[in-house]
Design a protein around this ligand. Structure first.
Ligand SMILES: *Cc1c(COP(=O)(O)O)cnc(C)c1O
Length: 389
């Protein structure tokens, strides 16, 4: 049966919930009005609540990379050096931005699919006191791995270094209490766990990093956070904000807090565990050693090309997943489940994956993946007391 709907299981942009779509479908308020200022103030304070910070959250009109660039430009002084943890494409992005700004940096390379060993970071910082800041990734979307943000934050604090964390696919997915863990800067984008279309990005500064954006820093104009700082208390922006996206983010944050943050994290965990169980159930190997709950990354069975799986899922099932980039192109399939995804989504995806692999010649017992996912999602109930006797 040909599909009549498209279902996104992408590592971003993700499916937009109906509530969020509806929030954008209104006559556009002007941004220099009391109503919109109130909206922006609410968005900013709810973002701070989501991040667990008493600091400041800056909302920028940009994709996630723009917020990464804003972080580098505003936090690094000329000639200051940094350490970059590179365990995938997004770790590489930090390095490219630093290179673009002429920041001297040292790269700590980690095998793709692995999380960095925090001891390696600690040792490197000890040996190189001139590395003033660490740029790292929490959930590395290109490999599906999760890094230990808490340990990285602890060791950076102990050694008096600044930690800037790309949390673009972990905010709203994994716990990341910024102030409690001591992460100085957290970067996020709208089109991943926040369930909003692309175009908004945020930089969250903990109170410890507040002063770091003042003084002589790298060249900055549009992303000069000092311009944004002035307007935060009143809901004003230095430039025209993408108004519909701000309305969308307001609604998405309301959805997250209506469900409750602990419930949101637990749902992502369940969905991720079920996806992994289903994949293993049909004999597939997971790519990451330390998997993130944002995206499940699998290796195709021997002899089957990742792109054939992606194509079949799209054409026959209307399901959109992603392939690998750069050095893992053709070698992996990335299945996103950030945002509004639940058990039913995963069950239908597993059915479609089984059909796809069978069609491509992989011998898979019908029901192997769905049964494994189902066992994870709906564990057998404990026997009733009468039956136990
Ligand atoms: C999506 C993503 C980004 C930013 O990509 P943009 O296309 O600029 O939004 C950065 N880091 C990670 C880990 C991501 O998943």
């Amino acid at each position: 049966m040909p599909p009549i709907k498209t279902r996104l299981f992408t590592p971003g942009p993700v499916e937009i919930p109906v509530r969020v779509l509806r929030a954008m479908a209104v006559p556009q308020p002007h941004h220099r009005t009391e109503g919109f200022r109130e909206t922006l103030k609410e968005v900013t304070s709810q973002l701070a609540r989501l991040h667990g910070t008493q600091g400041e959250v800056f909302v920028l009109a940009a994709s996630g990379s723009g917020a990464m660039e804003a972080t580098v430009a505003n936090l690094m002084a000329p000639r200051e050096a940094a350490l970059v943890v590179i365990a995938g494409k997004f770790g590489e992005r930090w390095a490219e931005i630093l290179k673009g700004f002429g920041v001297p940096f040292e790269a700590l390379d980690v095998e793709w699919g692995h999380a960095v060993d925090p001891n390696r970071v600690a040792e490197r910082l000890q040996a190189r006191p001139e590395l003033r800041a660490v740029f790292a990734t929490h959930s590395e979307t290109s490999t599906g791995s999760l890094h230990d943000a808490r340990a990285l934050a602890r060791l950076c604090r102990e050694q008096g270094r600044l930690l800037a964390l790309d949390a673009i696919t972990s905010v709203g997915v994994h716990e990341l209490p910024q102030d409690e863990w001591g992460v100085d800067v957290v970067v996020c984008g709208s089109q991943k766990g926040l369930m909003v279309p692309p175009g908004l990005a945020t930089v969250s500064l903990s109170p410890s990093a507040r002063e770091r954006i003042e003084g002589e820093r790298l060249p900055r104009y549009y992303f000069d956070l000092r311009r944004y700082r002035k307007g935060i208390p009143t809901g004003d922006t230095p430039f025209t904000p993408p108004i519909p996206l701000v309305l969308a983010l307001q609604e998405a944050l309301a959805m997250i807090f209506d469900e409750g943050l602990p419930a949101v994290y637990e749902r992502h965990r369940q969905v991720a565990l079920a996806t992994r169980a289903g994949a293993r159930g049909m004999g597939l190997e997971l790519f990451p050693r330390d998997p993130s709950h944002a995206v499940t990354v699998i290796r195709p069975p021997a002899g089957i090309d990742a792109s054939a799986i992606i194509q079949h899922l799209r054409r026959e099932h209307g399901m959109v997943v992603a392939g690998g980039q750069d050095r893992v192109k053709g070698e992996i399939v990335r299945i996103g489940h950030m945002g509004q995804y639940d058990a039913a989504d995963i069950m239908s995806l597993m059915g479609a994956l089984e059909d796809t692999l069978a069609a491509l010649g992989h011998s898979v017992k019908p029901g192997a993946a769905t049964a494994a996912a189902q066992a994870q999602l709906y564990p057998e109930p404990a026997p009733a007391p009468a039956e136990r006797a």
